[in-house]
Design a protein around this ligand. Structure first.
Ligand SMILES: Cc1ncc(COP(=O)(O)O)c(C=O)c1O
Length: 432
C-alpha cells in the first residue's frame, strides 16, 4: 500500500504525542482507548487558518466577511443580539473556544476553589457538559473499560459510555445508611478489570444530594487508594446549587487534583453555564484538568481532533453571552437570587414530605441541585405510578425503575404549587 508523506509524518507526530502523555500523565496514557491513542489534531484547515490569521492578507478560511475581518450578519440575526461582540457572535470560534472566555471561567473556578493553589487549566469549551462526557468516553472508554457509576445516575452516562463506546458499566448503590455509599465505590473499584473511568456527580442528578466534607474526604481517600489506572471525571453540572449548611462547598475536583498520584489517576472536570448560569440551551460547557504544559498540549490535540471529527467548533453567540455574564459585576448576586428561590423550594418540599409522611414513600436525603428522589414501596412500580400520575392526576414526574423511585424536579415548580404536587402524589400512592 502506498503511504503518502503526510501520513508518515502524522504517524510520527502521534508517537511523539503519546510519548509525551506516557511520560507526563502516565495514568491518562494507560487509560486511552484505541481512538484516544490514534487521535491527533491534523494540520488541516483549522491549524493552517490559525497560522494565516497573522498574515497581512488572509484568504485561508471559509467564512463570509466584509474583507477586513468583520462579519456581515444578516439584519434579522444581528437585531437579535444587540450589544454582543459581533466577531465572537458571528465568526467561527476557535476549536477550543474563545481564549478570554476560558480565562474568565478559569478565574471564576479559582474563586470557588476554597483557596486551592493546585494547577488548573480550562482546556476547552464543549457543547454543554454532554460533549465533555462524550469526549471523555471517546478518549478513555472502550470494551476493556469499566465505567464506575452510581445507581441511580444521570441516564445519559449509559448512552455515551456503553452504547457509543462499548464500555462496561459497573454500578453501585448511591446511598448507604442515609449517606453517600463510599464503601460501594470502593467495592466497585475493586472489580475493575484493567482500567476505569469513574464518574462523580455532586450535587447529583437524580438525587439532589451533596456530601459533607467528611464524606467527600472519604470519597477522595478511596479513589486515591485505587491502584489505577483510572480517569476520574468530576461532573459539576449543578455546582453552586447547595442549600444546607455544613455541606462540601467546593468541587471535589480540587480535593482530587491536590492529592491524586498521576501514575494512578487522571482527574478531569466538566462544568459549564448550563445550570450554573441558568443558560440551558447555550451549550457552553468546559473541560478542565491540572496537567502541566506539555501533557496539556498533547491532550488538547486529542480533544480537538475528537471535536473536529464530530461536531466542529463550539457556538459563538452563546460564548459571547457567557463572557458578558462573567464580566458582569452583578453576576454572583444574580446567581445568589436564583439559588435562594431554589433553596426555599427545597426546604418547602422537605417539610411537605415530612408533613405527608407515608410508609410507602421514602424520600432519599436531598439538600442541593434541582431534584428530590422518592423511593417507593415494592408494591408500587415506579413506571406504573408515573403513568398513573400523568394520566389520572395531571402530574409529570420521572420514574427511575432501577431503584423503584420517582424524581421530582422542584427546580421547575413554583413553591405555591409544591403542596399540590405532594398531595397528588400521596393520593395516588394511597389509592394503589
Ligand atoms: C449530571 C448531569 N451532567 C451533565 C448534564 C448535561 O448538561 P448539558 O445540558 O450542559 O449537556 C446534565 C443535564 O441534565 C446532568 O444532569
Amino acid at each position: 500500500m502506498a503511504v503518502t508523506p503526510g501520513y508518515t509524518r502524522a504517524m510520527s507526530d502521534i508517537d511523539q504525542l503519546n510519548r509525551t502523555l506516557e511520560q507526563h500523565a502516565p495514568a491518562l496514557f494507560r487509560c486511552l482507548s484505541p481512538l484516544g491513542l490514534r487521535a491527533i489534531m491534523p494540520k488541516g484547515i483549522v491549524a493552517q487558518s490559525a497560522e494565516a490569521s497573522k498574515a497581512e492578507i488572509d484568504c485561508s478560511i471559509g467564512q463570509i466577511t466584509d474583507g477586513s475581518g468583520s462579519p456581515m450578519p444578516l439584519d434579522a440575526i444581528e437585531r437579535g443580539m444587540p450589544g454582543t461582540n459581533a466577531k465572537m457572535a458571528f465568526l467561527y470560534s476557535p476549536m477550543a473556544g474563545h481564549g478570554p472566555l476560558r480565562q474568565a471561567w478559569q478565574d471564576r473556578q479559582r474563586r470557588h476553589s476554597g483557596g486551592s493553589t493546585a494547577a488548573n487549566t480550562v482546556a476547552m469549551v464543549t457543547l454543554g457538559l454532554t460533549q465533555g462526557v462524550s469526549h471523555a468516553a471517546a478518549l478513555f472508554a472502550d470494551p476493556d473499560t469499566d465505567v464506575i457509576v452510581t445507581d441511580p445516575r444521570w441516564g445519559n452516562y449509559d448512552l455515551v459510555t456503553r452504547m457509543h463506546a462499548g464500555a462496561r458499566i459497573v454500578a453501585y448503590p448511591y446511598f448507604r445508611d442515609g449517606r453517600f455509599n463510599v464503601e460501594g465505590l470502593a467495592d466497585a473499584l475493586a472489580k475493575v478489570r484493567s482500567k476505569a473511568v469513574v464518574l462523580l456527580n455532586f450535587p447529583g442528578n437524580p438525587t439532589g444530594y451533596m456530601p459533607t466534607p467528611e464524606v467527600a474526604d472519604e470519597i477522595v481517600r478511596v479513589l486515591n487508594a485505587h491502584s489505577g489506572p483510572a480517569v476520574v471525571v468530576v461532573d459539576d453540572a449543578y455546582q453552586g446549587l447547595v442549600f444546607d449548611d455544613g455541606l462540601q462547598e467546593r468541587s471535589l475536583y480540587w480535593d482530587l487534583v491536590e492529592t491524586a498520584d498521576p501514575e494512578r489517576l487522571f482527574v478531569m472536570r466538566l462544568d459549564g453555564a448550563t445550570k450554573e448560569l441558568l443558560f440551558f440551551p447555550g451549550r457552553v460547557g468546559f473541560i478542565s484538568h491540572s496537567l502541566g504544559e506539555e501533557a496539556s498540549a498533547a491532550l488538547q490535540s486529542k480533544l480537538l481532533c475528537v471535536s473536529r471529527g464530530t461536531v466542529g467548533s463550539p457556538p459563538g453567540p452563546s460564548q459571547a453571552l457567557v463572557l458578558d455574564a462573567l464580566r458582569d459585576p452583578n453576576l454572583e448576586a444574580n446567581i445568589a437570587d436564583r439559588v435562594a428561590v431554589l433553596k426555599s423550594r427545597c426546604l418547602a418540599l422537605r417539610s411537605l414530605l415530612a408533613e405527608h409522611a407515608n410508609p410507602r414513600v421514602t424520600p432519599y436525603p436531598f439538600n442541593s441541585g434541582c431534584f428530590a428522589l422518592l423511593g417507593l414501596d415494592p408494591s408500587i412500580p415506579a413506571e406504573e405510578l408515573r403513568l398513573r400520575l400523568l394520566n389520572e392526576y395531571d402530574l409529570g414526574v420521572i420514574s427511575i425503575p432501577s431503584v423503584n423511585a420517582v424524581r421530582l424536579a422542584y427546580c421547575s415548580i413554583a413553591e405555591e404549587t409544591l403542596p399540590t404536587v405532594v398531595e397528588r402524589l400521596m393520593t395516588a400512592v394511597d389509592a394503589w
